[in-house]
Design a protein around this ligand. Sequence first.
Ligand code: MN
Length: 233
Amino acid sequence: MKPIIGISSNLNERVLSLSSDYVEAITKSGGVPIVIPNYQEEEEALKIVQLIDGLLLTGGGDIDPTLFGEEPQSGLGSISPERDASEITLTQKMLNLNKPILGICRGSQVLNIANGGDMYQDIYTQTENKNLLQHTQHAPRSHGSHYVQVYEGTKLSEIIHLEKFKVNSFHHQAVREIPQDFQVSAISSDGMIEAIESKSHHFVMGVQWHPESMKNDSVSLAIFKAFILACMK
Ligand code: MN
């Protein structure tokens, strides 16, 4: 049976939105997508996680820094407190049930925050690194612009069987400290964390890039297929 995949959505000025790239990536890989609005009520969130077989945390705006113990710094972009609350609640409930989660871009950061990690509000104003790559590419969305190095022995490395590959990049925030039971599975050449995964869950993975937009890319397809397969178990 095809697994039901809940896809988180964006909330801005009372409008819910979602790129159809996510929906397409899920259907192409054999999942049945349903779009999740931004709920805050515990009971509703619980019903949703009982219904879905996997959660796809999608890209979007910045995360409220008070959720990881900081106040807003100058480089912080726009935030949505409702979306933060909704996604963190859903994530924690999915983790409790050990159901699969794939976090993309902002979603990878949500995974990290929901588990007690923290992040850079803005890598360009918060790191001393003068050799930071261009992580908000001006190239087309589907274009792999920078490389990532994959760590051996990680789930990501098992899925894609490559040490190094190109990804697209649309972020100015990044994961900084990861939770204790997580590991880094890929970094960029400037040392930014580009992928994380849980060591204690069946399939809980975050990637900083946007595989859903890299059409016909074998690595991107492999990640979605592995996620859907995990949702069937
Ligand atoms: Mn990047």
